[in-house]
Design a protein. Structure first.
Lengths: 351, 601, 601, 351
């Protein structure tokens, strides 16, 4: 909304990067997400990362689908073009945009619903084509924007706001990316800026498709243990949707821990996830080992974070296609049109 | 200002996620229980927390259910929209604000009365917990309104107690908050205001409920067993309600097992695919969705049309194109739904105008889908689907038997020489089908590719055309089966309105206003597509017709032009498409202007 | 029977996968090189091997390019369809069959001449290899036809040599097979037949080519750099051709790198998404598809309309609904394409009538898409797209400069105070856009959700409507930009035909036939949607209009009813929709019958 | 086409199963695929398997998408209902059909294009829901019906008919099924009826989603080394699609080999694949081990065949949903309609 525009004042006291810009120059309009939403922490990390990388904001193309997570590109890099595709179809938009100009930085922001339900096919195929972009999944296990249904990443046994228990095995985007041929596979936690910022930077600089799955708690639709729900609880089974709209303000969850360590993090609903940061000597260049490593820790109930797999040699789409190095969209028309003599030549074939 | 008893509009401006919807619902229901006709419209943003939201309650002695365009008393709880809210109040009206904080003195008006109540201050003194403070502020303005409007406090208390029947300890706090507001208003204001409530008996035999809930209930009563969906505003609550009803009424008492199966699909392409798989296999199946979902379903809708598979789709329309405004209402999927999918396709549509019709049309939709072996789309909208409407209580005819259409039984198949899936043996364009797993004699191959009357694959022009022509005849058969229009007409009147769906309330009010101004106008509301004979006759009987609808491109008018014999010059459009539910004013002024210009006789 | 010089139809019935298409192509081209107007239609099944396939060659002195409805000489190579093929021959015609095997004596006709030639026997004697035996049988009947029809053997030999220029060793075998057929016919039949070929000079300045190839060539000349697609008959060859042209003309001579990027998408949803991503980012991008693909693209098409992103879509129409008949032709996506996607949407469509127009309209489509910042759909069909047509040679205007539309440059953005993406500064409904990565001042957020004229998110009715109303004006602007109709009219004639696309050839022939019968009829062929002024004027000038099109539901008529002021009574439909390209007969008889009934003045 | 109907004559000399039926009773109409197409061999194996299982043909629901492979359900079990969905969307049709009646046998036949390109999302989600069905992918690495474009399962380096070389990593449906939570994952070869028939039988009897990936060579669009192509080769770059329609008749490829053995199989185009049959003592109940086993052999250029993973305890959709055991579609209306008293009760909530 228009009145949400942040005032742009100069902050002379803030540190400046090599371009002379402060982090404020990497911000966008005011977030309209719930107070404490993990997604906002990721936004902050993105701002930090682009600032640290000394990238001119307008050289970035921000792309997303539909969902709370997909709204976030409006909240950073105000000077960059952004595009909100339709739900689940950002990967194809990204592919086309990248095809048109291989020389910008491409950042895709998506949600678990957006990428693993409706968008799973496009996600898998963009990854397979190794589109040169950073693809972030802001993963909260639910559909935030449509009010808390399970997404395909919800864990078995997790409870929805309405009390329903998920019984289907989750799709883990990290395992999917690893086994579908991804060239850069990483996971982090929204509250761990220390880990998140470097992973974002690595992902942006990676020459190919960098998947970064970021666990990002939804403060609103994980609150089923909370008394709030009962506030709006009406007799028997009648709960008109509009009548239960109380959303408590909460603080974002923070977590900082060292390489190799494991760390239990309490979510807003009182449940706990155990994060395990890969150790310093973890070797992220072996796909099969990465899989068994993930699998092993998963069985122990741990979610592994860090850079889990990387292959710098896998060629990205343009390298495979052998495209010219200039942006296709900028090629002068004279280099594109074969001209009338060629037309004559071609037409001789049709006689 | 003269007293306006039971005839005014309360609008509450708030921030979403603060629990105001709950309080506002209580207010509306309390008025309803006082026997006074009332309607509420919730204008909420497409986000979860922190953006402006409004709730508009119209109290209408005469029972008008549309918006009126007025705001008689504004409860301005949102500083961000204060200026706008202040400006919105009709001259002579009231604005209630939280006087805990200083008001912007620049923003004021002489022609309305401002009422300051220190809501936050009072509540913060009484409640420690932050959550309670936020929530109770809303309950507190309820109390103030009760005093100002003469709301029956016993009704309000009773409602509160029912609401928190299983959370007894919340009751005291709520009552306290109400009392705070009530007492403050009593002591500091001139209560009640000239606009106020007086008990009536006009709501007996009525209920207050939204259309998605009743559409879901219709699905239960129709015997639907398979529901597949992908969440999308404003259709989500339809499947939520279906689930809740089923959990209560569809569990085998002995085994505890479910007599239904709901699948949350991975997207709308899958949702409609599941519905078609179930329909093909003989279950009554449905999916609720909205515009973007309908767009995604297109390929499968064409398949279902051509392969002749029953399916029920609820399109709870929201503002398009594309993602549009997900929390605003519109009627802009008409043309698209009528001819959805590539190739020569024509579909059967139903247009409910209120929640009660959502119930009845849900039932009708399944009957039609199975009778006609085709997808039937129920085009409701956000206004009907998500807002509570006052409608007459539903009655259920115990004699109802679902029309499962032309399906050969095991016995019939056994006795049959040969079964031809796509042959028109009854002359109505509808062929007999068979279900999988019933009898080998019924086997055939269902396909979206060219097939002949026996169901065999074909690329032959005549065989292909034979089936396609029958499909056209079948669609003509549908004309007599879809619900007839609702007509309000007087002999001799030559000007009419043709309208659709949720415009109804506004049109009815407009008719009364016009009649009071001496202009008699007849009215027909279409309820189904293809249009039945009554629509054609009404059009023939009138010299000039105003087509009232909620979209930019006059889509109902387009359908009338294409599918009736109406002459273009007869039709004048009245369009409203900003996303707020229509009110009578644009109709009245549209017609008056046209008549003044002599457009109609 | 009198001699029919250069005016007859050869039809060859075969089994697909046996290489007959190649032989038939040679035959057609040889006739063309003799300077005789000719047209070929390939009727192939939707499978790869073993099903019936037909190739129909019309030789037309007068240059008529539609089917004629006659079969003067049938080459019956397929035992499975022999009965049908025999029945298809026009009285007085010929049927050539392979006399190696005994003919079914039950199947015969007295009114035609049967010519038996022992094709298999002769070929098997000459060739060892099984593959060669199958292939050479086809070449062998070419030889026989050459003798029977007086085909210029030098032309045929020359063509063969060109075809196998890089496979010299195949030439001898082919020549041998031709010779076998030729000599046998010469010796056993009364050569040439009364229906025969005589050299003319009517094909100079013409080429024989299919529409998909020229559409692809148009994309190359328009400067398209990004193509995304998912294979679907009958559009696949469009991208194949684009790739081949690019491999030749779009490789950087120094680096060997490609000045284009083609992505084979995972489906049509992704293909159109890629096109939109590229279009948003400033490249000319396109996707070829057919009905089912178009249905899948619906959500994104609505997005592109509302977010105003240029895109070019080629819909090579095939028979619907659903999968329909993938290898048959139809024009049944008109209505669907015009209003594709939910909500109030209206699109820009182009309707080529032959391959040459595919070229020109491809170029025009990119100009329009960028000028109007909207998806432009080129609706061709299988008949145009996959069959070889004789069209005048293309000329390229070296002065052509692509119209990239209203895009602010870096410099313009630099000098600008503020950039508002969706503001109508020129009054034509078209706003200025900016491209990513060009200048920070151009940054805005592209979205399919509600937005105001600045590009900011909105849920406000007025702000939303402001943009939506401009989109409507923009669509009106398109009326003057789409290609004007082609009109053939005489003063004073009050009856007209309105038609579209590939009906053109049949209509033109029908006009001549009608004129010969004393009935003058005028003709307008629409070439773009929204309809421009000329269409409206033509309609106004005539009292009675026949709308000729290839679909069941009179979709062009529907668009005329909706988008012009035409009165319904003026319009009479002539429909043809079995999947075979239209011929003049249904038009002539449709019009004569109507006129006899006095339907027109 | 109508004239393709096979004559139904009684074959008294053929062996009969417990139902008294011969294999002819399990056939369908005549195949219209190319002579030698691997898909036809799979059809034959299906006929054999259903016959051996003594399943009444009409108790089977045959489902497919679009493609040459998807045409095959017309060629077996003439007495069973069949449905050809739209391209790539058979999994959702199967899910709905299964929801309506859990008591029939569900067989889905798909292609690699149908399941791994356009249908990848639906495939993954049907698998995740563990729909009780046998899902066969007739995998030939190309889009047969649209004339030979690469599919997502084409191997890196494989050549298309037009000479183009595939450069993108393939999606292996077996690895995808394994890592996306599949409960039954198997692979076989169309020419190995000895292995195929038992795997089909196991898949049908498995209580959940059984994925069977069957390598099934396309004789027509793998023939790029063949001289045929050059037959239709016209000057320079002009190859009108309709002019190159010669499809040579070929024999289907056969392969029979023992458990634990590896076997090179020459394809129609002269290239070779090496199949490796899992050994008798292979334990198919460990997901991570199955993955590393596959990965290991893949690196050696071997394609592992056999039953690779099975978990009989994973609950299928209806078990998870707790649906009644009768078919929902057959429940009497009285058990579905709450009646007018309940309606009264419900409406009291809305007062
Ligand atoms: C075609 C379509 N279907 C459904 C929706 C409704 N919808 C909007 S966001 C969303 C889910 C978002 O979930 P996720 O991607 O996890 O984002 P989150 O809100 O959790 O960040 C859905 C279903 C839509 N916008 N479009
Ligand atoms: C929506 C849609 N897009 C494209 C097509 C065209 N099409 C038909 S089959 C096919 C590919 C089939 O490949 P595969 O599934 O591997 O089957 P195969 O023929 O190789 O057995 C395609 C692209 C279609 N029918 N529908
Ligand atoms: S609903 Fe959840 S995901 Fe959405 S903004 Fe709120 S906390 Fe974040
Ligand atoms: S094209 Fe390939 S897949 Fe299709 S039938 Fe022929 S051999 Fe089989
Ligand atoms: Mg989410
Ligand atoms: Mg394939």
């Amino acid at each position: 909304m228009s009145f949400m525009q942040k005032p742009r004042v100069s902050h002379s006291q803030l540190p400046r990067n090599e371009l002379g810009l402060t982090t404020r120059d990497y911000e966008g309009s005011m977030s309209t997400l719930c107070a404490g939403c993990g997604h906002d922490s990721i936004t902050a990390a993105l701002i930090q990362a682009f600032w640290e990388l000394n990238i001119e904001p307008y050289k970035v193309a921000k792309m997303s689908g539909i969902g709370c997570s997909s709204k976030t590109p409006a909240y950073f890099l105000a000077e960059a073009h952004g595009i909100n595709a339709v739900h689940g179809r950002m990967p194809s938009i990204a592919t086309g945009a990248n095809a048109a100009d291989r020389n910008l930085y491409y950042l895709g922001v998506s949600g678990d619903g957006d990428s693993l339900s409706i968008g799973f096919g496009q996600f898998a195929h963009a990854l397979r084509r190794n589109i040169n972009m950073l693809y972030i999944i802001e993963n909260n296990g639910v559909y935030g924007l449509t009010k808390g249904q399970f997404s395909a990443s919800a864990d078995v046994g997790s409870k929805a706001k309405k009390g329903e228990v998920n019984q289907q095995p989750p799709i883990d985007p990290v395992i999917a990316a690893l086994t579908l041929g991804g060239s850069f596979v990483a996971r982090s936690f929204s509250g761990d800026k220390g880990q998140l910022v470097p992973l974002i930077k690595a992902g942006i600089m990676h020459n190919g498709f960098a998947l970064l799955d970021v666990l990002s708690p939804c403060v609103t639709f994980n609150d089923h243990e909370d008394s709030t729900k009962s506030y709006a609880h009406t007799r028997q089974f009648y709960h008109p949707a509009v009548h239960a709209d109380f959303v408590p303000q909460k603080k974002p969850i923070r977590a900082a821990y060292d390489d190799g360590e494991s760390m239990p993090v309490e979510l807003h609903d009182g449940s706990t996830v155990v994060l395990r940061k890969v150790s310093k000597d973890y070797n992220p260049t072996n796909r099969a080992r990465a899989y068994s490593y993930l699998h092993e820790h998963q069985k122990r109930g741990e979610i592994v974070t860090g850079l889990l797999y990387i292959d710098e040699d896998q060629r990205e789409m343009h390298d495979i296609s052998n495209t010219v190095s200039a942006a296709l969209r900028d090629l002068p028309y004279a280099e594109l049109c074969p001209g009338s003599a060629a037309l004559e030549e071609i037409q001789n074939l049709y006689r | 200002m003269n007293a306006r008893i039971n005839d005014f509009v309360i609008k509450i401006a708030n921030v979403n996620g603060t629990g105001s919807a709950s309080a506002n619902g209580l207010l509306m229901k309390a008025i309803f229980r006082m026997g006074i006709p009332v309607v509420g419209k919730n204008f909420f943003p497409s986000n979860i927390q922190g953006l402006p939201t409004w709730f508009e309650i119209r109290v209408s002695r005469e029972g008008y259910l549309a918006r009126s365009g007025r705001v008689d008393i504004m409860v301005a709880m949102n500083a961000q929209t204060y200026a706008r809210d202040l400006a919105d109040v009709s001259p002579g009206g009231y604005l209630l604000y939280d006087s805990t904080w200083p008001r912007d003195k620049q923003l004021t008006r002489d022609d309305i009365t401002l009422i300051g109540i220190p809501l936050a201050q009072m509540v913060n003194q009484q409640f420690e917990n932050i959550r309670a403070r936020i929530l109770m502020k809303n309950v507190c303005y309820l109390g103030a309104l009760a005093a100002l409007l003469d709301l029956d406090m016993r009704v309000l208390e009773e409602l509160l107690k029912e609401t928190f029947a299983d959370k007894q300890k919340l009751i005291a706090g709520n009552l306290k908050a109400i009392e705070l507001g009530y007492q403050y208003a009593k002591q500091h204001c001139d209560c009640p205001l000239p606009l106020r409530l007086e008990p009536m008996h006009a709501t007996a035999g009525h209920i207050m409920v939204d259309g998605n809930t009743l559409a879901a209930l219709g699905c239960v009563y129709a015997g639907a067993t398979v529901g597949a969906w992908y969440p999308i505003t404003p259709s989500t609550s339809l499947m939520d309600a279906f689930k809740e009803f089923c959990e209560r009424y569809r569990v085998d008492p002995e085994t505890g097992k479910q007599r239904y199966c709901i699948v949350q699909a991975e997207d709308e392409l899958a949702a409609i695919g599941m519905v078609l798989g179930a329909g093909w296999n003989g279950a009554r199946a449905f999916t609720p969705t909205s515009g973007p979902g309908l767009s995604l379903m297109n390929e499968f809708i064409g398949f279902a049309y051509y392969a002749e598979i029953p399916a029920v789709i609820f399109d709870v329309q929201r503002v398009g194109p594309s993602t549009g405004m997900p929390t605003r209402t519109q009627q802009a999927d008409l043309l698209f739904a009528a001819y959805a999918s590539h190739g020569d396709t024509r579909h059967v549509l139903l247009f409910p105008a209120d929640p009660a019709e959502c119930f009845h049309m849900a039932v009708a939709a399944f009957d039609l889908a199975e009778r006609l072996q085709t997808p039937v789309m129920v085009l409701s909208d956000l206004d009907i689907g998500m807002n509570d409407w006052m409608v007459p209580k539903l009655r259920w005819d115990e004699g109802y038997v679902p029309d499962r259409g032309k399906v050969y039984s095991r016995e019939q198949l056994q006795d049959m020489q040969v079964f031809h899936r796509y042959t028109d043996s009854d002359g109505d364009g509808i062929a007999y089908r068979s279900l999988p797993g019933v009898h080998p004699g019924g086997a055939y191959f269902t396909r979206g590719s060219g097939h002949d009357r026996r169901g065999a694959y074909t690329e032959d022009a005549d065989e292909y055309q034979d089936v396609l022509d029958r499909l056209r005849r079948k669609h003509d058969t549908a004309k007599a089966l879809v619900p007839a229009p609702v007509v309000r007409s007087k002999k001799g009147v030559k000007t009419g309105i043709v309208s659709i769906g949720s415009c109804d309330a506004a049109v009815r009010e407009a008719l009364d206003i016009l009649a009071r101004g001496g202009t008699e106008v007849n009215y027909l509301r279409v309820r189904g597509f293809p249009f039945n004979r009554e629509v054609e006759e009404f059009i023939e009987r009138h010299e000039h017709l105003f087509v009232v609808e909620q979209n930019r491109d006059a889509q109902l008018k387009a359908l009338l032009l294409l599918e009736t014999k109406v002459e273009r010059r007869k039709l004048t459009s009245i369009l409203h498409y900003g996303g707020m539910p229509m009110d009578s004013r644009c109709i009245v002024s549209g017609i008056n202007e046209a008549l003044a210009k002599g457009a109609a006789a």
